[in-house]
Ligand binder design. Structure first.
Ligand SMILES: *Cc1c(COP(=O)(O)O)cnc(C)c1O
Length: 351
């Protein structure tokens, strides 16, 4: 195996740059728990503005943003609606069930983007015996279903249907800014009317840790209590928040490049009939594909690629996910694509 590889495993693999580290070292700090950390307060303020919300709370992770939102919006015995491939449903250790006591109704959709009618059909009747449906969640962009972007009209229609049926609407915006980078539609426009929304700082924005959950002042007050109960309250968190502020200033523009680099990889691979992309074309920084050739196994493919200097992620169902980010240059994206192409060709001819 090569000592250095091009890492397309996830955009979580970014390392803080010297500039970001310098900002962290110089951060003015105080006690976050008593609202005395000026750097954290500034990050929350800027993030809330970015998402068009009243207030924000700094969280150690996106997972805690989702969990605190679920805990705030629901009570035990409720049910929530999300996509069957959503991060909340697949990879958060069933926090919704384990800690919020909420059952999950997973909707089937091709790319994490479901229809209004599916939401309406999933809402339980208000009977003595049925769980109370109280929350709807979506991902913008969708992660495991291939980085797809909810069209604004559909996003609003689903939100309105949720509200019409008395549901709270939560947007998992881990990569919301990647959607903005592609469409030019602002994060605030996407998030308008949602009861809670968050962005991840530790994905494409390049921070070592952190996410910011936003919503109304009342929602944030309750979410803050959950953060505290869950052990997520911090002290001199300005050291971490400074990385977030640095990212908001310097790294948002980079997301456009990441999305273009995903396109570059797609351009090379889609020229070969060995690959089948799903979605057919990337719209953000995530590519998801499987193989037309018999005998190419995703796990084995990922292993071979790693030996050739490219790290990607094998998902279930013989799918591969490749994710671009600020530690992958345009040249590396091209090199990675050539490597994946030649590995697939070698595996296909060998049968
Ligand atoms: C990464 C991710 C999360 C969880 O965020 P962490 O900061 O890793 O805890 C939640 N939802 C989506 C869509 C994600 O991609």
């Amino acid at each position: 195996m090569k000592s250095h590889y091009i890492d397309l495993f996830s955009d979580t693999q970014t390392r803080p740059t010297p500039g970001m580290r310098a900002a962290m070292a110089q951060a003015i700090v105080g006690d976050e728990q008593s609202d005395d950390d000026p750097t954290t307060l500034e990050l929350c303020k800027q993030s809330a503005e970015l998402m068009g919300q009243e207030a924000g709370v700094f969280m150690p992770s996106g997972t805690m943003c989702n969990l605190a939102a679920i805990l705030t919006h629901t009570r035990p015995g409720d049910e929530m609606i999300c996509d069957h491939q959503s991060h909340i449903y697949c990879t958060e250790a069933a926090g919704a069930s384990a800690l919020a006591g909420v059952s999950v109704w997973p909707l089937q959709s091709p790319h994490g983007i479901f229809e209004v009618q599916q939401v309406i059909d999933a809402v339980r009747p208000r009977t003595r015996t049925a769980p109370r449906t109280s929350l709807l969640t979506i991902e913008q962009t969708t992660n495991f279903s291939g980085g797809a972007i909810w069209p604004l009209a559909q996003l609003r229609a689903v939100r309105d249907a949720g509200h019409a049926h008395g549901l709270k609407c939560h947007m998992d915006g881990a990569r919301l800014l990647n959607a903005t980078a592609t469409t030019g539609i602002s994060a605030a426009e996407y998030a308008s009317g949602w009861d809670s929304v968050w962005i991840d700082l530790s994905k494409g924005l390049g921070c070592p840790v952190g996410a910011v959950l936003c919503g109304s002042a009342d929602f944030i007050h309750q979410a803050w209590q959950w953060k505290y109960r869950l052990g997520g309250a911090m002290r001199q968190s300005g050291v971490l928040a400074a990385a977030g502020l640095y990212a908001l200033e310097h790294n948002i523009a980079q997301l456009k490049t990441d999305n273009m680099n995903a396109q570059t990889i797609w351009n090379t691979l889609s020229g070969s009939d060995l690959f089948r992309f799903d979605p057919a074309q990337p719209s953000s920084n995530i590519l998801r594909f499987t193989f037309n050739a018999e005998g190419i196994n995703a796990e084995a493919f990922a292993k071979r690629c790693l030996a050739e200097g490219v790290r990607i992620r094998a998902l279930g169902g013989n799918f591969i996910r490749a994710t671009t980010h600020l530690d992958v240059s345009a040249q590396e994206a091209e090199t990675a694509a050539q490597t994946m192409l030649s590995v697939a060709q070698a595996m296909a001819t060998r049968g």
